[in-house]
Write a protein that binds this ligand. Structure first.
Ligand code: SF4
Ligand code: SF4
Length: 74
């Protein structure tokens, strides 16, 4: 299972908001954020981001995104 996280360098350009088919991304005052409950793990946001601000993490199959186990950076 993959987890998509906006964790660095977001310029709030909104490209990922338009690219996301699930409307899972919203803007806060400082950055864009992904609603993990809505995310379909399609990867479209990663492709759309001009600043490579979106990271993909591999999660163990049996754990949820909220697991206490830290994800491994891909
Ligand atoms: S992986 Fe797909 S569904 Fe999830 S936030 Fe990115 S574009 Fe939206
Ligand atoms: S596409 Fe990248 S820089 Fe633009 S709002 Fe999304 S995460 Fe931020």
């Amino acid at each position: 299972m993959k987890k998509y996280v906006i964790d660095r360098g977001c310029k709030k350009c909104c490209s990922c908001l338009w690219a996301c088919p699930a409307q899972a991304i919203s803007l806060t005052r400082d950055t864009a954020v992904i609603d993990q409950a809505k995310c379909r793990r399609c990867g479209a946001c990663v492709e759309s981001c001009p600043t490579e601000a979106i990271s993909v993490y591999d999660l163990p199959a049996q754990t949820s995104p909220e697991s206490e186990n830290p994800p491994t950076k891909k």
